[in-house]
Design a protein around this ligand. Structure first.
Ligand code: MN
Length: 298
């Protein structure tokens, strides 16, 4: 019997506007898990007068954004005229394809708390020029387990599939485990990233550290989760992404020329539409310097 060996990748503290976040992906030593290429963890936080999330209109190409909340609300608006509030149990999935602009903000009506995850999925070459689209899934499927449950906010597991488009083999799960431990079926061709969200949890007997992404290479057929007091964890899985991607600001592309063209389209207001309903100026593109990797707007 082989024990799973977890690689521990510490998250980086940064900010999204005024919102403190932990960036778990990309980090030094790991750019992708399957096609998952970006993971921001924010909250839990409480607020009264402020507006903790206020991400003005900004562009994306070549990726999907997946917005998953543990608590609170985030209002999405985009240039297609889509408008949807993400709440716990629901997921917003935006497929940027050839290009889209959107905003994300705390809505006027809110419960004063925010806790969530912002994820990106790199689109494979055969899907990255698709027309942009947006899907709000009001209630994601749930896989019940002895001593636990998994909410499926992306992809498929054990025959249950989230009703939002995916373009590569992957899964995104919000898993709860209680005393006694739970076993989650795994695909041996998937690599996995595991992130502790609340409480305590272990995988294959190895304690999960807070504020870190734990990488598990392909080969596992089951994920054995343990806990002492109860735990909640994020599990991302997918077939290792074979294509070499280039990430810059909010763009996922293959070449520097594609990045430059997308930036020019945003700067000249010719390639992306306006986001109706958002009050305030949009986010301007950073300078395209050879080695700079500007903070994404997410
Ligand atoms: Mn965004």
């Amino acid at each position: 019997m082989t024990e799973p060996s977890l690689e521990v990748l510490r998250s980086r503290r940064t900010t999204l506007g005024s919102l403190p976040i932990l960036r778990a992906l990309p980090v030094r030593g790991r750019r992708t898990i399957g096609a998952w290429c970006f993971l921001d963890r924010y909250g839990p936080l409480s607020f009264t007068d402020e507006k903790p999330m206020d991400v003005a209109p900004h562009p994306h190409i070549g990726l999907q954004t997946v917005s998953w909340l543990l608590d609170g609300e985030v209002l999405h608006r985009d240039m297609l005229g889509c408008e949807a509030i993400a709440r716990p149990g629901s997921v917003n999935v935006m497929t940027a394809g050839s290009g889209i602009a959107h905003s994300e903000e705390t809505p006027r009506q809110h419960g004063g708390r925010l806790n969530g995850l912002q994820l990106w999925v790199a689109l494979p070459d055969n899907a990255r020029k698709l027309e942009p689209s947006f899907v709000h899934v009001p209630s994601v499927p749930r896989l019940e387990l002895p001593n636990g449950a998994a909410e499926i906010f992306a992809g498929e597991i054990a025959g249950q599939r989230c009703d939002a488009p995916v373009f590569s083999e992957l899964v995104g799960l919000d898993v709860r485990v209680t005393r006694g431990g739970a076993e989650l079926p795994a695909r041996s061709d998937f690599e996995y990233g595991i992130y502790l969200l609340d409480g305590d949890a272990s995988l294959g007997g190895e304690e999960l550290r807070p504020e870190a992404l734990h990488y598990l290479a392909p080969g596992a057929t089951v994920l054995s989760l343990g806990t002492r007091r109860g735990g909640r964890l994020l599990i991302l899985g997918g077939v290792p992404f074979a294509e070499r991607i280039m990430m810059w600001w909010n763009f996922v592309a293959r070449t520097r020329d594609e990045i430059a063209a997308a930036r020019t389209a945003w700067v000249t207001r010719q390639g992306f539409g306006e986001v109706p309903g958002y009050e305030g100026p949009r986010i301007e593109a950073p300078a395209l310097l050879a080695l700079a990797e500007p903070n994404p707007a997410s």
